[in-house]
Design a protein around this ligand. Structure first.
Ligand code: TXA
Ligand code: MG
Length: 323
């Protein structure tokens, strides 16, 4: 990754305008929330979301939480059941993320949801975060603003320690008050499920629901995000590392050498572009392969450095499920 100049933005109107301008161009801005600092990008811009994974050096594409200014904005991206409405009314803005059905036509990048048809949404409490989100108007995808495998940042200085030179800007809004990631709840299961304990105590949620949450944070239950992730795989057979495709297969290429590929993750060999295209192209390849009765999808080799590692991780899982 090329080193870029990381700006420090002031928590005022000038800083907010600058952050919004960077987001509109597809850049990365770290910003304070009450839980931890988030590394934000426009959730509807696939290349911008791919840059989050590149900057954090994330080895896998786990789904991200989208951040919006208020409940009305959240409704543009997700469907709210009665239970979801009750939790949002009780705890938003605040450290609660709700996993909800994605609204079709919301144009979220499939990289945000890791190809799932649900999305985690939250309305952060910090006035500065809400002002930023209101000024941007859309949804900001944001994991914690730290390199993968390191401690989540609660100050702008922490963010710079880990990510200076890798992100466009950080907005300095002082220390995060909660210091723990948001609690993640799936409200539409019976009973509703706790997917990740966090800044909002489960007891407070249970008091509003009038029932006990089921705990879905262990590997046994098919609800943990890791396992949810594996639910998404094309229905077609997959073959990896196909520098030339077998006859009768759909060919998903990568790079200049794949002349004549049916689709190309990135004709120029750009891994950020490939990541941004991955889920949408797998869906499309699957549709075409099944419509045309092809043997399956043959996928070109993807280099294993940078975002290539996450792409290959995802492809390997998708292929493994077909065996
Ligand atoms: O406090 C927080 O939540 C911080 C701040 C920045 O808002 N964000 C955060 O994001 O912790 P992140 O990317 O570290 O956590 C995202 C997690 C995933 O690892 C997964 O556990 C869960 O949210 N998640 C996201 N989308 C999901 C979905 N559709 N289904 C199930 N779990 C999902
Ligand atoms: Mg994190």
């Amino acid at each position: 990754m090329d080193r870029i100049e990381t700006e420090t933005l002031s928590p005022d109107e000038t800083g907010i305008a600058r952050a919004v301008a960077i987001w509109r161009k597809g850049g990365l801005v770290a910003f304070p929330t009450e839980t931890v600092y988030g590394l934000g990008a426009d959730a509807c811009n696939g290349a911008a979301v791919a840059r989050i994974f590149a900057a954090k050096n994330r080895p896998a594409f786990n789904p991200l939480i989208i951040h919006v200014a208020d409940l009305a904005s959240a409704r543009r991206f997700a469907h709210f059941s009665d239970v979801a409405e009750r939790l949002a009314a009780a705890f938003w803005p605040g450290p609660l993320s709700l996993v909800l059905p994605v609204r079709k036509g919301a144009w979220l990048s499939p990289l945000v949801t890791a190809g799932l048809d649900s999305v985690a949404v939250r309305v952060p409490q910090t006035p500065l975060a809400r002002a930023l989100l209101a000024a941007f108007g859309g949804a900001i995808a944001a994991p914690s603003a730290n390199p993968s495998g390191t401690i989540s940042p609660t100050t702008a200085a922490h963010v710079l320690q880990g990510l200076a030179g890798r992100i466009d800007a950080v907005m300095d809004g002082g220390a995060a008050q909660v210091g723990l990631e948001s609690t993640i709840v799936h409200p539409d299961l019976l009973p509703p499920a706790l997917l990740r304990p966090g800044g909002l105590p489960a007891e407070a949620i249970e008091a509003v629901l009038g029932c006990t949450l089921q705990i879905a944070t262990n590997a046994e239950k098919p609800l943990s995000p890791g396992q949810l992730l594996s639910h998404y795989a094309p229905k077609s057979r997959l073959r990896l590392d196909q520098a030339t495709p077998p006859d009768g297969w759909f060919w998903l290429g990568f790079g200049r050498i794949c002349k004549g590929a049916d689709l190309n993750l990135s004709a120029s060999g750009d891994l950020v572009e490939a990541a941004a295209n991955l889920f949408a192209m797998l869906h499309k390849a699957d549709d075409i392969a099944r419509r045309d009765g092809l043997a399956g999808i043959a996928i070109a080799p993807v280099p294993d450095h940078g975002l290539g590692a996450a792409i290959n991780d995802r492809l390997a899982r998708a292929a493994a499920e077909k065996i």
